[in-house]
Design a protein around this ligand. Sequence first.
Ligand SMILES: NC(=O)c1ccc[n+]([C@@H]2O[C@H](COP(=O)([O-])OP(=O)(O)OC[C@H]3O[C@@H](n4cnc5c(N)ncnc54)[C@H](OP(=O)(O)O)[C@@H]3O)[C@@H](O)[C@H]2O)c1
Length: 316
Amino acid sequence: MNKDAKIYIAGHKGMVGSAIWRSLSAKGYQNLIGSTSKELDLREQQDVRDYMAQEKPDVIIDAAAKVGGILANNNFPYQFLMENMQIQNNLIDAALKTNVEKFIFLGSSCIYPKFAPQPLKEDYLLTDSLEPTNEWYAIAKIAGVKACQSIRKQFDKDYVSLMPTNLYGTHDNFDLNSSHVLPAMIRKFHEAKENGQTPVTLWGSGTPMREFLFVDDMADAVVFALENRLPDYLYNIGTGKDLTIKDLAETIAKIVGHTGEIIWDSEKPDGTPRKLMDVSKMHDLGWKHQIELEQGIEKTYKWFTENINDVKKVTI
Ligand SMILES: NC(=O)c1ccc[n+]([C@@H]2O[C@H](COP(=O)([O-])OP(=O)(O)OC[C@H]3O[C@@H](n4cnc5c(N)ncnc54)[C@H](OP(=O)(O)O)[C@@H]3O)[C@@H](O)[C@H]2O)c1
Protein backbone atom coordinates (compact mmCIF):
# COMPACT_ATOMS: atom_id res chain seq x y z
CA MET A 1 0.00 0.00 0.00
CA ASN A 2 1.37 3.39 -1.06
CA LYS A 3 2.12 5.60 1.97
CA ASP A 4 0.43 8.51 0.16
CA ALA A 5 -2.83 6.59 -0.36
CA LYS A 6 -5.79 8.61 0.87
CA ILE A 7 -7.27 6.60 3.71
CA TYR A 8 -10.62 7.61 5.22
CA ILE A 9 -11.06 6.26 8.75
CA ALA A 10 -14.76 6.54 9.60
CA GLY A 11 -15.07 6.84 13.37
CA HIS A 12 -11.48 8.10 13.75
CA LYS A 13 -12.14 9.59 17.21
CA GLY A 14 -13.55 6.34 18.63
CA MET A 15 -11.59 3.78 20.59
CA VAL A 16 -10.82 1.59 17.57
CA GLY A 17 -10.67 4.34 14.93
CA SER A 18 -8.21 6.42 16.98
CA ALA A 19 -5.99 3.35 17.52
CA ILE A 20 -6.03 2.71 13.75
CA TRP A 21 -5.14 6.36 13.09
CA ARG A 22 -2.19 6.19 15.55
CA SER A 23 -0.97 2.93 14.07
CA LEU A 24 -1.14 4.15 10.45
CA SER A 25 0.54 7.46 11.33
CA ALA A 26 3.33 5.59 13.11
CA LYS A 27 3.85 3.48 9.97
CA GLY A 28 4.24 6.59 7.82
CA TYR A 29 0.82 6.85 6.19
CA GLN A 30 0.46 10.59 5.65
CA ASN A 31 -2.84 11.05 3.92
CA LEU A 32 -5.38 10.09 6.57
CA ILE A 33 -8.79 11.73 6.72
CA GLY A 34 -11.66 11.56 9.19
CA SER A 35 -14.70 13.54 10.37
CA THR A 36 -16.54 13.54 13.65
CA SER A 37 -20.26 12.72 13.72
CA LYS A 38 -20.93 16.45 14.23
CA GLU A 39 -19.04 17.29 11.03
CA LEU A 40 -20.52 14.39 9.03
CA ASP A 41 -23.47 12.38 10.30
CA LEU A 42 -22.99 9.03 8.56
CA ARG A 43 -26.72 8.27 8.94
CA GLU A 44 -27.40 10.92 6.30
CA GLN A 45 -27.04 9.32 2.87
CA GLN A 46 -26.71 12.47 0.77
CA ASP A 47 -24.13 13.99 3.12
CA VAL A 48 -22.03 10.82 2.88
CA ARG A 49 -22.29 10.82 -0.93
CA ASP A 50 -21.23 14.48 -1.08
CA TYR A 51 -18.30 13.88 1.28
CA MET A 52 -17.07 10.92 -0.74
CA ALA A 53 -17.44 12.75 -4.06
CA GLN A 54 -15.39 15.61 -2.65
CA GLU A 55 -12.69 13.61 -0.82
CA LYS A 56 -12.33 10.63 -3.21
CA PRO A 57 -10.49 8.34 -0.80
CA ASP A 58 -8.52 5.34 -2.07
CA VAL A 59 -9.35 3.25 0.98
CA ILE A 60 -12.11 3.30 3.61
CA ILE A 61 -11.80 1.77 7.06
CA ASP A 62 -15.23 1.65 8.70
CA ALA A 63 -14.75 1.94 12.46
CA ALA A 64 -17.90 4.05 12.91
CA ALA A 65 -20.82 2.44 14.68
CA LYS A 66 -23.24 2.79 17.53
CA VAL A 67 -21.71 0.46 20.13
CA GLY A 68 -22.65 -0.45 23.69
CA GLY A 69 -23.05 -3.20 26.26
CA ILE A 70 -26.00 -5.50 27.07
CA LEU A 71 -27.97 -2.77 28.85
CA ALA A 72 -27.73 -0.27 26.00
CA ASN A 73 -28.54 -2.93 23.39
CA ASN A 74 -31.55 -4.09 25.38
CA ASN A 75 -32.93 -0.59 25.93
CA PHE A 76 -32.37 0.83 22.44
CA PRO A 77 -32.92 -2.02 19.94
CA TYR A 78 -34.12 0.26 17.14
CA GLN A 79 -31.10 2.56 17.30
CA PHE A 80 -28.67 -0.36 17.44
CA LEU A 81 -30.26 -1.97 14.37
CA MET A 82 -31.14 1.05 12.25
CA GLU A 83 -28.29 3.48 12.95
CA ASN A 84 -25.67 0.82 12.36
CA MET A 85 -27.29 -0.18 9.08
CA GLN A 86 -27.58 3.45 7.99
CA ILE A 87 -23.94 4.20 8.81
CA GLN A 88 -22.50 1.15 7.05
CA ASN A 89 -24.92 1.16 4.09
CA ASN A 90 -24.18 4.79 3.32
CA LEU A 91 -20.42 4.22 3.51
CA ILE A 92 -20.36 0.95 1.56
CA ASP A 93 -22.68 2.15 -1.21
CA ALA A 94 -20.87 5.47 -1.60
CA ALA A 95 -17.55 3.60 -1.67
CA LEU A 96 -18.75 1.36 -4.50
CA LYS A 97 -20.16 4.31 -6.46
CA THR A 98 -16.95 6.33 -6.14
CA ASN A 99 -14.76 3.36 -7.11
CA VAL A 100 -13.06 2.87 -3.77
CA GLU A 101 -10.96 -0.26 -4.35
CA LYS A 102 -10.40 -1.26 -0.72
CA PHE A 103 -12.90 -1.24 2.13
CA ILE A 104 -12.30 -2.71 5.59
CA PHE A 105 -15.50 -3.28 7.53
CA LEU A 106 -15.36 -3.89 11.29
CA GLY A 107 -18.01 -6.12 12.80
CA SER A 108 -18.17 -8.04 16.03
CA SER A 109 -18.06 -11.60 17.36
CA CYS A 110 -21.78 -11.28 18.25
CA ILE A 111 -22.60 -12.03 14.59
CA TYR A 112 -22.15 -15.73 15.41
CA PRO A 113 -25.00 -17.91 16.78
CA LYS A 114 -25.50 -18.02 20.56
CA PHE A 115 -24.85 -21.76 20.85
CA ALA A 116 -22.36 -22.19 18.02
CA PRO A 117 -19.53 -24.64 18.75
CA GLN A 118 -16.46 -23.07 20.35
CA PRO A 119 -14.09 -21.71 19.27
CA LEU A 120 -16.13 -19.73 16.74
CA LYS A 121 -15.14 -20.30 13.15
CA GLU A 122 -16.05 -17.88 10.38
CA ASP A 123 -18.04 -20.73 8.75
CA TYR A 124 -20.59 -20.67 11.61
CA LEU A 125 -22.09 -17.41 10.38
CA LEU A 126 -25.89 -17.77 9.87
CA THR A 127 -26.06 -21.41 11.02
CA ASP A 128 -28.38 -20.81 14.06
CA SER A 129 -30.14 -18.16 16.22
CA LEU A 130 -28.34 -15.16 17.71
CA GLU A 131 -28.00 -14.08 21.34
CA PRO A 132 -31.27 -12.11 21.91
CA THR A 133 -29.71 -9.36 24.05
CA ASN A 134 -27.67 -8.02 21.14
CA GLU A 135 -29.35 -9.43 18.05
CA TRP A 136 -30.23 -5.94 16.81
CA TYR A 137 -26.60 -4.92 16.60
CA ALA A 138 -25.59 -8.36 15.30
CA ILE A 139 -28.11 -8.30 12.45
CA ALA A 140 -26.87 -4.89 11.33
CA LYS A 141 -23.29 -6.17 11.38
CA ILE A 142 -24.23 -9.33 9.46
CA ALA A 143 -25.83 -7.11 6.80
CA GLY A 144 -22.54 -5.17 6.57
CA VAL A 145 -20.51 -8.35 6.14
CA LYS A 146 -22.88 -9.52 3.42
CA ALA A 147 -22.84 -6.15 1.64
CA CYS A 148 -19.03 -6.27 1.45
CA GLN A 149 -19.07 -9.93 0.42
CA SER A 150 -21.56 -9.22 -2.37
CA ILE A 151 -19.35 -6.40 -3.73
CA ARG A 152 -16.33 -8.69 -3.58
CA LYS A 153 -18.24 -11.37 -5.48
CA GLN A 154 -19.95 -9.17 -8.05
CA PHE A 155 -17.33 -6.47 -8.66
CA ASP A 156 -14.09 -8.24 -7.62
CA LYS A 157 -13.10 -5.44 -5.24
CA ASP A 158 -11.06 -5.91 -2.07
CA TYR A 159 -13.89 -5.35 0.43
CA VAL A 160 -13.15 -7.38 3.54
CA SER A 161 -14.75 -7.78 6.98
CA LEU A 162 -12.81 -8.19 10.23
CA MET A 163 -14.70 -9.51 13.27
CA PRO A 164 -12.98 -8.43 16.47
CA THR A 165 -13.54 -10.20 19.74
CA ASN A 166 -14.24 -7.96 22.79
CA LEU A 167 -11.87 -5.01 22.58
CA TYR A 168 -10.55 -2.80 25.35
CA GLY A 169 -7.86 -0.19 25.81
CA THR A 170 -7.10 3.50 25.83
CA HIS A 171 -10.00 5.80 24.82
CA ASP A 172 -12.52 3.14 25.90
CA ASN A 173 -16.00 4.06 27.14
CA PHE A 174 -16.04 4.01 30.97
CA ASP A 175 -19.63 5.23 31.36
CA LEU A 176 -21.37 2.60 33.47
CA ASN A 177 -24.68 3.05 31.59
CA SER A 178 -23.29 2.02 28.25
CA SER A 179 -19.82 0.51 28.68
CA HIS A 180 -18.59 -3.02 28.03
CA VAL A 181 -17.66 -5.37 30.86
CA LEU A 182 -13.91 -4.72 31.10
CA PRO A 183 -13.90 -0.90 31.31
CA ALA A 184 -16.98 -1.05 33.58
CA MET A 185 -15.02 -3.27 35.98
CA ILE A 186 -12.01 -0.95 35.89
CA ARG A 187 -14.20 1.99 36.84
CA LYS A 188 -16.11 0.10 39.56
CA PHE A 189 -12.97 -1.32 41.20
CA HIS A 190 -11.18 2.02 41.01
CA GLU A 191 -14.08 3.94 42.58
CA ALA A 192 -14.54 1.27 45.29
CA LYS A 193 -10.82 1.50 46.11
CA GLU A 194 -11.00 5.30 46.30
CA ASN A 195 -14.08 5.04 48.57
CA GLY A 196 -12.21 2.89 51.11
CA GLN A 197 -12.36 -0.59 49.56
CA THR A 198 -16.18 -0.78 49.48
CA PRO A 199 -17.81 -3.93 47.96
CA VAL A 200 -18.22 -4.09 44.18
CA THR A 201 -21.38 -5.59 42.66
CA LEU A 202 -20.93 -7.17 39.23
CA TRP A 203 -23.52 -8.43 36.76
CA GLY A 204 -24.39 -12.10 36.35
CA SER A 205 -22.87 -15.26 37.79
CA GLY A 206 -19.25 -14.67 36.76
CA THR A 207 -19.14 -18.03 34.97
CA PRO A 208 -19.38 -16.97 31.28
CA MET A 209 -16.10 -17.13 29.39
CA ARG A 210 -14.85 -14.27 27.28
CA GLU A 211 -11.88 -13.31 25.14
CA PHE A 212 -10.35 -9.80 25.12
CA LEU A 213 -8.04 -8.10 22.66
CA PHE A 214 -6.11 -4.88 23.32
CA VAL A 215 -7.20 -2.21 20.85
CA ASP A 216 -3.67 -1.55 19.52
CA ASP A 217 -3.54 -5.20 18.43
CA MET A 218 -6.86 -4.67 16.62
CA ALA A 219 -5.37 -1.66 14.85
CA ASP A 220 -2.40 -3.82 13.88
CA ALA A 221 -4.79 -6.38 12.32
CA VAL A 222 -6.42 -3.59 10.30
CA VAL A 223 -3.01 -2.45 9.04
CA PHE A 224 -2.30 -6.08 8.10
CA ALA A 225 -5.56 -6.21 6.11
CA LEU A 226 -4.67 -2.89 4.49
CA GLU A 227 -1.22 -4.01 3.39
CA ASN A 228 -2.26 -7.47 2.18
CA ARG A 229 -5.12 -8.55 -0.06
CA LEU A 230 -6.74 -11.13 2.18
CA PRO A 231 -8.03 -14.07 0.13
CA ASP A 232 -11.42 -14.47 1.86
CA TYR A 233 -14.27 -12.13 2.81
CA LEU A 234 -14.42 -12.65 6.60
CA TYR A 235 -11.76 -12.97 9.32
CA ASN A 236 -11.94 -13.28 13.08
CA ILE A 237 -9.56 -11.09 15.09
CA GLY A 238 -8.71 -12.08 18.64
CA THR A 239 -6.19 -13.77 20.87
CA GLY A 240 -7.73 -17.24 20.66
CA LYS A 241 -7.63 -17.41 24.50
CA ASP A 242 -10.48 -16.81 26.98
CA LEU A 243 -11.13 -16.68 30.73
CA THR A 244 -14.15 -16.57 33.05
CA ILE A 245 -15.66 -13.20 33.95
CA LYS A 246 -14.79 -14.08 37.55
CA ASP A 247 -11.10 -14.52 36.65
CA LEU A 248 -11.25 -11.27 34.72
CA ALA A 249 -12.69 -9.48 37.77
CA GLU A 250 -9.95 -10.85 40.01
CA THR A 251 -7.24 -9.84 37.53
CA ILE A 252 -8.61 -6.29 37.29
CA ALA A 253 -9.09 -6.01 41.07
CA LYS A 254 -5.43 -7.00 41.54
CA ILE A 255 -4.14 -4.49 38.97
CA VAL A 256 -6.36 -1.68 40.31
CA GLY A 257 -5.55 -2.54 43.94
CA HIS A 258 -9.12 -3.22 45.11
CA THR A 259 -9.17 -5.58 48.08
CA GLY A 260 -12.86 -5.28 49.07
CA GLU A 261 -15.63 -7.83 48.53
CA ILE A 262 -16.95 -8.80 45.07
CA ILE A 263 -20.72 -9.50 44.94
CA TRP A 264 -22.22 -11.30 41.92
CA ASP A 265 -25.78 -10.15 41.06
CA SER A 266 -27.17 -13.31 39.45
CA GLU A 267 -30.52 -11.58 38.77
CA LYS A 268 -28.75 -9.78 35.90
CA PRO A 269 -28.28 -11.56 32.54
CA ASP A 270 -25.09 -13.43 31.73
CA GLY A 271 -25.31 -13.30 27.95
CA THR A 272 -23.70 -16.02 25.83
CA PRO A 273 -22.07 -18.75 27.99
CA ARG A 274 -18.82 -18.75 26.04
CA LYS A 275 -17.44 -16.67 23.21
CA LEU A 276 -14.02 -17.59 21.94
CA MET A 277 -12.82 -16.82 18.43
CA ASP A 278 -11.04 -19.32 16.25
CA VAL A 279 -8.29 -17.07 14.89
CA SER A 280 -6.49 -19.71 12.84
CA LYS A 281 -7.43 -18.10 9.50
CA MET A 282 -5.52 -14.91 10.43
CA HIS A 283 -2.69 -16.90 12.05
CA ASP A 284 -2.30 -18.91 8.84
CA LEU A 285 -1.85 -15.66 6.92
CA GLY A 286 0.83 -14.47 9.40
CA TRP A 287 -1.01 -12.12 11.80
CA LYS A 288 -1.00 -12.69 15.59
CA HIS A 289 -1.74 -10.46 18.61
CA GLN A 290 1.21 -9.04 20.62
CA ILE A 291 -0.22 -7.71 23.91
CA GLU A 292 -1.36 -10.18 26.59
CA LEU A 293 -4.33 -9.44 28.87
CA GLU A 294 -2.55 -8.33 32.08
CA GLN A 295 -0.24 -6.00 30.17
CA GLY A 296 -3.19 -4.56 28.27
CA ILE A 297 -5.24 -4.00 31.44
CA GLU A 298 -2.25 -2.26 33.07
CA LYS A 299 -1.95 0.09 30.09
CA THR A 300 -5.71 0.72 30.11
CA TYR A 301 -5.87 1.41 33.85
CA LYS A 302 -2.92 3.82 33.59
CA TRP A 303 -4.70 5.67 30.78
CA PHE A 304 -7.96 5.71 32.78
CA THR A 305 -6.34 7.24 35.88
CA GLU A 306 -4.50 9.82 33.76
CA ASN A 307 -7.70 10.82 31.94
CA ILE A 308 -10.24 10.28 34.70
CA ASN A 309 -11.73 13.76 34.43
CA ASP A 310 -12.50 13.57 30.75
CA VAL A 311 -13.05 9.87 29.95
CA LYS A 312 -15.72 9.50 27.37
CA LYS A 313 -19.33 9.71 28.53
CA VAL A 314 -21.70 8.25 25.96
CA THR A 315 -25.24 9.55 25.99
CA ILE A 316 -27.80 7.47 24.13
N1 LIG B 1 -15.33 -1.92 21.45
C1 LIG B 1 -15.41 -3.21 21.24
O1 LIG B 1 -15.28 -4.04 22.14
C2 LIG B 1 -15.65 -3.73 19.87
C3 LIG B 1 -15.67 -5.10 19.72
C4 LIG B 1 -15.90 -5.62 18.48
C5 LIG B 1 -16.11 -4.76 17.43
N2 LIG B 1 -16.09 -3.43 17.60
C6 LIG B 1 -16.33 -2.59 16.41
O2 LIG B 1 -15.33 -1.62 16.23
C7 LIG B 1 -15.91 -0.45 15.66
C8 LIG B 1 -15.57 0.77 16.49
O3 LIG B 1 -15.98 0.58 17.82
P1 LIG B 1 -15.42 1.49 19.02
O4 LIG B 1 -15.36 0.62 20.21
O5 LIG B 1 -14.24 2.26 18.56
O6 LIG B 1 -16.64 2.49 19.23
P2 LIG B 1 -16.64 4.03 19.75
O7 LIG B 1 -15.46 4.31 20.60
O8 LIG B 1 -17.98 4.28 20.30
O9 LIG B 1 -16.48 4.84 18.42
C9 LIG B 1 -17.50 4.84 17.47
C10 LIG B 1 -17.20 5.89 16.46
O10 LIG B 1 -18.29 5.89 15.55
C11 LIG B 1 -18.60 7.23 15.26
N3 LIG B 1 -20.03 7.36 14.96
C12 LIG B 1 -21.09 6.82 15.63
N4 LIG B 1 -22.23 7.24 15.08
C13 LIG B 1 -21.89 8.06 14.03
C14 LIG B 1 -22.63 8.79 13.08
N5 LIG B 1 -23.97 8.77 13.07
N6 LIG B 1 -21.94 9.53 12.17
C15 LIG B 1 -20.61 9.57 12.20
N7 LIG B 1 -19.84 8.88 13.05
C16 LIG B 1 -20.49 8.13 13.98
C17 LIG B 1 -18.29 8.03 16.52
O11 LIG B 1 -18.01 9.36 16.13
P3 LIG B 1 -18.11 10.62 17.16
O12 LIG B 1 -17.21 10.26 18.30
O13 LIG B 1 -17.62 11.76 16.37
O14 LIG B 1 -19.54 10.69 17.56
C18 LIG B 1 -17.05 7.30 17.03
O15 LIG B 1 -15.89 7.87 16.51
C19 LIG B 1 -17.40 -0.72 15.57
O16 LIG B 1 -17.72 -1.17 14.29
C20 LIG B 1 -17.62 -1.84 16.52
O17 LIG B 1 -18.70 -2.63 16.14
C21 LIG B 1 -15.85 -2.88 18.79
